[in-house]
Design a binder for this molecule. Structure first.
Ligand SMILES: [Zn+2]
Length: 222
């Protein structure tokens, strides 16, 4: 299986630089376990970060900004998530069988550990983690049910973990990431052939703002 919809290059750079918030990093790390394309892209970005570190001049005394860059580059993840397991066969148990390892760490296991809360008919959710204003939630949507706007008009990233959904931009299946910002009008609807489970991050930083990320993205000509 390989995903057709991916996080933006800017998000991958920010992930490689270790400058994403916890909720967004969880979504990107989970996507990486399902997407060889983005795994190799992040490896390239991390190598670039290492080269950049070697080329930087020594930090001047009291130069907080540069020291911060160096510290953050030191903190950048140097190991990739474990490679994905073979996708479970259709006969395998649905529960937890395809939950990416980074997410399993938050859930303490598979989907059987999720304490779903009902939102409306056919729609349940569960908070996974929040960092500042950014939240990662799981959504479980019954077949054919529209996925609601999550309010407050912020940016949103949605990773499909089970089943699929469609919106104006396409049809998203397991491993795909849908990216929406304030200006995106989207009315996603779950596929009709089974429940759809997604990890959604709201108020996600869809554009790079960090200094390290901007430096690296300049070197990568993003
Ligand atoms: Zn990808």
């Amino acid at each position: 299986m390989s995903a057709s919809f991916h996080p933006s290059d800017e998000l991958l750079v920010a992930y490689g630089a270790g400058s994403l918030d916890e909720a967004t990093a969880l979504l990107v790390a989970s996507h990486l376990t399902l997407c060889p394309r983005c795994r190799s892209e992040v490896a390239r970005i991390e190598a670039m970060g290492g080269n950049l570190l070697e080329e930087l001049p020594p930090a001047p005394m009291g130069g907080d900004a540069l020291a911060d860059i160096l510290a953050r580059l030191d903190d950048a993840p140097v190991t990739l998530p474990p490679p994905p397991r073979k996708p479970a066969r259709a006969t395998a148990s649905r529960a937890g069988s395809q939950i990416p390892a980074p997410l399993r760490a938050y859930l303490g296991g598979g989907l059987e550990n999720v304490r779903w809360k009902r939102l409306t008919d056919g729609l349940e959710h569960a908070l996974v983690v929040e960092s500042g204003r950014t939240r990662a939630r799981l959504y479980r949507i019954a077949p054919g049910i529209p996925i609601p706007e999550h309010g407050h008009g912020g940016a949103e990233l949605t990773l499909v973990l089970q089943g699929g959904f469609s919106d104006h931009a396409g049809h998203y299946l397991v491993g795909d990431v849908a990216c929406a910002d304030d200006d995106t009008i989207h009315h996603p609807v779950a596929d009709t052939d089974g429940h759809c489970i997604c990890l959604a991050v709201t108020d996600a930083p869809l554009k790079l703002t960090g200094l390290v990320g901007r430096l690296i993205s300049r070197f990568l000509n993003l």
